[in-house]
Design a protein around this ligand. Structure first.
Ligand SMILES: Cc1cc2nc3c(=O)[nH]c(=O)nc-3n(C[C@H](O)[C@H](O)[C@H](O)COP(=O)(O)O)c2cc1C
Length: 254
């Protein structure tokens, strides 16, 4: 996963805005009415402009009676969904899932900052019900239902930061603490929160079960947003599925 593929293409103002959205975002499963046409246009613009290479986002309406979302036991079923964003990746690219995670989360955070609720869905949807033409090699890796929230169900269930860290985050510099906190607030499939942190010397290590996953891409975008103010060097450790981040000028600026 080349570090320059993420973060570099976004403006400082966007990262600053998404940073604020991170604190407000939650997974919404109950929607009402449709969103305003001007908001939809802003989201169309976002979908067209923000995807990283090898990915795209297509906004679609759900035809009446389409069985797009599959109810699953013990999880609140979706209601009132009329629109979704399909997150599509070209599987010929390296780490397509991570790239799709970055792209999808830009859409989620931009939607949040526009007052539009979202929910990542990578599991319980029927790909055959998505009437979106794909190019050769492309796959729909997830859909993101979006719209106005019926109720504010914000209730962030997260492990304590200490549980995700190999040493005490209270002793870290503020930038590293903020970066870890930003990832801690990220959505993940089945709320697995698969990231782990470790700070030694002057380096923050962020580890993942895989460098090719939607969750990893989402975390990368959150890191990018948290570190929008300074200059940071990033090294990717392929074998360890980790990123090493330390403060300082280099070519790979987050
Ligand atoms: C990659 C990914 C896939 C997800 N897939 C589903 C899904 O298939 N169905 C669902 O109801 N929620 C899905 N979610 C939502 C997560 O359950 C939710 O993000 C997590 O429980 C944390 O809650 P929060 O987003 O409100 O912070 C997914 C989230 C992510 C990031």
């Amino acid at each position: 996963m080349p570090a320059q593929l993420w973060g570099g293409q976004y403006r400082k103002s966007e990262k600053e805005r998404w940073n604020e959205a991170i604190a407000l975002r939650y997974s919404c499963r109950h929607f009402k009415l449709d969103i305003y046409p001007a908001t939809l246009s802003a989201l169309e613009y976002t979908a067209a402009r923000l995807p990283v290479k090898g990915t795209r986002v297509v906004l679609a309406e759900i035809p009446e009676n389409a069985d797009l979302l599959i109810p699953i036991p013990f999880i609140s079923s979706f209601t009132g969904v009329t629109r979704y964003a399909a997150v599509i990746a070209d599987t010929a690219f390296q780490d397509p899932k991570t790239l799709a995670g970055i792209t999808g989360e830009t859409f989620v955070l931009e939607a949040t900052s526009l007052g539009v609720a979202t929910c990542w869905v990578a599991g319980n949807f029927r790909r055959s019900a998505c009437e979106i033409p794909l190019y050769e090699g492309e796959q729909i890796l997830a859909i993101i239902p979006f719209g106005l929230a019926e109720d504010n169900t914000f209730a962030r269930k997260r492990k304590a930061l200490r549980q995700l860290c190999r040493n005490d985050p209270a002793t870290w510099p503020l930038w590293a603490y903020k970066a870890a906190e930003s990832v801690r607030g990220a959505p993940s499939a089945i709320n697995r929160q698969p990231w782990r942190f470790d700070f030694t010397g002057s380096t923050l290590r962020v580890s993942f079960p895989s460098l090719n996953s939607l969750d990893t891409g989402i975390a990368l975008l959150h890191l990018t947003c948290a570190l929008f103010q300074g200059s940071y060097r990033v090294t990717v450790q392929q074998k360890e599925h980790s990123l090493l981040i330390y403060q300082g000028e280099t070519h790979d600026i987050v």
